[in-house]
Design a protein around this ligand. Structure first.
Ligand code: PLP
Length: 394
């Protein structure tokens, strides 16, 4: 049996989400149809929307169901760009964002005349809030992630949102890594930002909270009207046309509800297991360094730098031992590039190629962690001996 310690990439589907999906999928009806079957589908869909909206602190009208984080981020950034004040051409993009964000901004630069302005990260992987605030005035839009998906460091989103509101710039927040784990209150983060300024949109993804892959949402402030990517039947405020996935919405709502209700208990359990890994690594391999902020980090994330060993060799050796971990974001797995996050933290390529992300989740047991702790020292020795990494660069 695989010991799965890659919950930041995706986590198992919650039973409540599976049940919700199964139950709704037994029924037939298009939520836009006017007959009884359609009205029933609509009722289930709107109940799911109300539930997700309540858990994210927004109004149901502000909740746009999507297929996941990547689509939400694309809709937010491209849509906000096309709906911007035409005089502004800069997109404020912190270093170390997820590729869904980076590549969307790069596409806007390559095809739509946007200028991308970067904001540095601290050595701990946090967005430099002062540099962000200084660069805001005159920007067309800005984006920032709540929690870095590789190193787990948390950003000061209330301050960034406040700075965006003060500068009169719309802000998109990527909350994919944080939803269901940290409290998220869209309304409170927006504060009394006027019109389309300040926090304008927030992306979340179902498969990170225990809903099926292919579910997710973009919260779009009722004061904002991004240009849609999909045109058609005008569903969901005209922002995302297409027949709606009622079963997926119900499953997402169920998963997020359970994650919200159990948040404190799941958080505490993950911290306990993650810290057990960190303590064991510190005592058996003292040269291994914890990357990211020691305090302000996701509860399940342990991102470790193994001097002299290639992260992908370690990943492979652990995989052979039946333990699944990651070298970075899952979307990058298979591509042997150094971690762009670690590089943005000011470390060199040797370090950026020698990191491993271990992420525990709600189904992780103490036995799973003990198996990792037992396997890691010999895997590290073998990875160092394999010499896949040129020595002395870290
Ligand atoms: N943003 C962050 C921070 C992520 O970790 C991910 C996925 O790993 C995404 C966006 C993309 O989300 P999805 O996999 O739902 O498309």
């Amino acid at each position: 049996m695989v010991i799965y310690l890659d919950h930041a990439a995706t986590t198992s589907v919650r039973e409540c989400a599976r049940d919700a999906w199964w139950q709704v999928s037994q029924t037939v009806g298009n939520a836009s149809s006017v007959h009884g079957a359609g009205r029933e589908a609509r009722r289930v869909l709107e109940e799911a929307r109300e539930s997700v909206a309540a858990d994210l602190g927004c109004q149901p009208i502000e909740l746009i169901f999507t297929s996941g984080g990547t689509e939400s981020i694309n809709l937010a950034l491209k849509g906000m760009w096309w709906a911007r004040d035409a005089a502004a051409s800069e997109i404020l993009l912190p270093d170390g964002e997820h590729h869904a964000t980076m590549d969307t901004a790069a596409w806007l630069a390559a095809h739509e005349g946007a200028t991308v302005r970067s904001v540095p990260l601290s050595a701990a992987g946090a967005i430099d809030t002062h540099a962000f605030a200084r660069a805001l005035p005159g920007s067309a839009l800005a984006t920032a992630m709540v929690a870095n998906n590789e190193v787990g460091t948390l950003n000061d989103i209330p301050r960034l949102a406040h700075a965006a509101a003060t500068a009169g710039v719309p802000l998109h927040v990527d909350a994919v890594g944080a939803a269901g784990i940290l409290p998220l209150d869209f309304r409170a983060l927006r504060g009394d930002a006027p019109g389309g300024t300040g926090l304008a949109a927030m992306s979340v993804s179902g498969h990170k909270v225990g809903a099926p892959v292919g579910t997710g949402a973009l919260v779009v402030s009722r004061h904002s009207t991004p240009t849609p990517l999909l045109h058609g039947g005008g569903h969901q405020r005209g922002l995302r046309s297409g027949t709606q996935d009622v079963a997926g919405a119900a499953a997402f709502a169920a998963a997020l509800r359970e994650a919200t209700v159990q948040r404190e208990a799941e958080y505490a359990a993950q911290v306990t297991l993650r810290d057990k890994i960190l303590r064991a690594v510190a005592s058996s391999m003292p040269e291994v360094e914890v990357m990211g902020d020691r305090e302000k980090r996701l509860p399940g994330n342990a991102n470790l730098y193994f001097p002299g060993a290639a992260g992908e060799t370690l990943l492979f050796l652990l995989d052979m031992a039946g333990i699944a971990v990651s070298t970075g974001s899952a979307c990058q797995a298979g591509v042997t590039e150094p971690s762009h996050v670690v590089l943005a933290m000011g470390r060199d390529e040797g370090v950026a190629r020698s990191v491993l992300r271990i992420s525990v989740g709600r189904s992780t047991s103490e036995d799973d962690v003990d198996a990792l702790i037992a396997a890691l020292p010999s895997a590290y020795e073998r990875a160092k001996a394999s010499g896949a990494l040129s020595a002395g660069r870290s």
